[in-house]
Design a protein around this ligand. Structure first.
Ligand code: NOJ
Length: 506
């Protein structure tokens, strides 16, 4: 098995992780200074949300230079140091590559925009206005939601396409020069030693060349008939070849956001497209309900096992409210950690979930994100001091209770959710059943999800009580990890406490 199958990935949102320079925005040196903590926690790899040069209209997902680090975050030399120090601790590093669009400040777009005759005109999607004037078709942008996905460039009299902000023009991936340039970007970072990429908006890369009008309810990301064009798959096969040409199992993890879960599996191709992918939005929005999770686990296995594809599991990221907030209690967040770290597939953690962080309450006057996602991007509190380990007030407000929910305090408390994550990560690493084995759903009472993981003689049983009542659920074994820490090391007595999850060793 590959490292990206057996390992656990930790997503860092660099602006909000740790600030070394004292400007209130996190940076690479800040991350480097916290590597020992991440190694202590026990994750295997870090995924850094974009660190490239950017005007930050979409906080880094608008890239103005794919081969340089934004000065807010540091320099290429800082990145090299971070990568070396991470590798020295056995932590791999994935970058967040944004191929669907650039910033409107990227030199490619500036050149493309300069004239209709520009050699880079065809790098982006330019069209004449509709016959009566106005946008060339009815496609809608993600931000601001519902606005046209086209902006008129008055100087050249044509519109350019942007599925996101006007400051994020879409590249035209049918253009071989674009592909060549982007493959060079990948090689630039692969040559530097990165272990792979999280790939943004994979589902949008290929476009229907006719750019047809769509039924209005399907004309916007994410609903969207404008996603998921057949030509994306050839693009992915080429990317896969570039990445696979490198030694040591570099990886492509795609962000695929399609409403029908069953449409995602095609992005694995025949084992020649993405190595891993997020099945969004189901991945991050499945409610905290035993039936819903049972169905989802069965559905994922039913679709991916037959094609030899490996699932991912994720509960939170920088785009959606944190699951601690969605699920409504720390008890649920603790049981969710047991689930996330014992399912069959690669878990992705989002910074701060190991602290049980909730979304920040961001007053209107401090809101900055065009997509309304500030709450889940609140800074990580490192200690209980007034500045919580940040040398200057951070760019967003703190999440709730930073004086209690901070790294230093939770590290000192063996009963904390942070220690629960650490125990689960250690157990997962030590147990072939958990990091590589099969998964079999077991019969269980209505509000309980039960499954067995097995690899040869190594076996574990996982029981998750989603209900607010105690649940009788017969199984035998010693409690290895319990979401509330109760009874670890003792024999399981056949009853789960309200909201409790346990891992049993038969
Ligand atoms: C998905 C990213 O996760 C999100 O943060 C971003 O706004 C869009 N793609 C556009 O790049």
């Amino acid at each position: 098995m590959r490292w990206w199958q057996t390992g656990v990935v930790y997503q860092i949102y660099p602006r909000s992780f740790a600030d070394a320079t004292g400007d209130g925005v996190g940076d690479l040196e800040g991350i480097r200074g916290r590597l020992d903590h991440l190694a202590w926690l026990g994750v295997d790899a870090l995924w850094l949300s974009p660190i490239f040069r950017s005007p930050m209209k979409d906080f880094g997902y608008d890239v103005a230079d794919y081969c340089d680090v934004d000065p807010l975050f540091g320099t290429l030399a800082d990145f090299d140091r971070l990568l070396a120090d991470a590798h020295a601790r056995g932590l791999r590093v994935l970058l967040d590559w944004v191929p669907n669009h650039t910033s409107d400040q990227h030199p490619w777009f500036r050149e493309s925009r300069a004239s209709r005759q520009s050699p880079k005109r065809g790098w982006y999607v330019w069209r004449d206005p509709a016959p009566g004037g106005g946008p060339p078709n009815n496609w809608r942008a993600a931000f601001p939601r519902g606005t046209p996905a086209w902006t008129l460039d008055a100087a050249t009299g044509q519109h350019y396409l942007h599925l996101f902000l006007p400051g994020q023009p879409d590249l035209d991936w049918s253009n071989p020069d674009v592909r060549r340039a982007m493959h060079e970007v990948l090689r630039f970072w692969l040559d530097r030693g990165v272990d792979g990429f999280r790939v943004d908006v994979v589902h949008g890369l290929g476009k229907d060349p006719r750019l047809p009008d769509l039924p209005p309810e399907l004309a916007a990301i994410p609903q969207s008939a404008l996603n998921d064009h057949e030509s994306t798959h050839e693009i992915l096969r080429e990317l896969r070849r570039t990445v696979d040409a490198y030694p040591e199992n570099r990886v492509l993890v795609g962000e695929v956001w399609l409403l029908l879960a069953r449409t995602h599996a095609r992005y694995f191709g025949r084992g020649d497209e993405l190595h891993l992918l997020f099945e969004l939005p189901a991945a991050v929005l499945t409610p905290w309900d035993a039936g819903a999770w049972r169905e989802r686990v069965a559905d994922v296995a039913g679709r991916l096992d037959p094609i030899g594809a490996w699932p991912t599991w994720v509960l939170s990221n920088h785009d959606v409210p944190r699951h601690r907030t969605r699920f409504g209690s720390e008890a649920a967040a603790r049981s969710a950690a047991v689930l996330l770290l014992t399912l069959r597939g690669t878990p992705f953690l989002y910074q701060g979930e190991e602290l049980g962080l909730e979304d920040a309450d961001v007053p209107a006057g401090r809101a900055v994100d065009p997509g309304g996602r500030d709450g889940c991007r609140a800074p990580v509190p490192w200690d209980g001091s007034a500045g919580h380990g940040w040398p200057a007030p951070p760019w967003l407000p703190w999440p709730p209770e930073p004086e209690r929910r901070n790294v230093e305090r939770l590290r000192a408390d063996p009963g904390s959710i942070l220690h629960l994550y650490r125990r689960l990560l250690a157990l997962r690493r030590a147990s072939p059943a958990l990091h590589a084995g099969s998964l079999r759903l077991l019969d269980a009472p209505a509000r309980v999800l039960a499954y067995e993981r097995a690899a040869g003689p190594d076996r574990r049983t996982v029981l998750v009580n989603f209900g607010a009542e105690p649940a009788r659920c017969p199984a035998s074994g010693r409690i290895e990890v319990a979401s509330d820490g109760a009874g670890e090391g003792a024999a399981y007595g056949g009853v789960l406490a309200p909201g409790e999850a346990v891992v049993l060793r038969p």
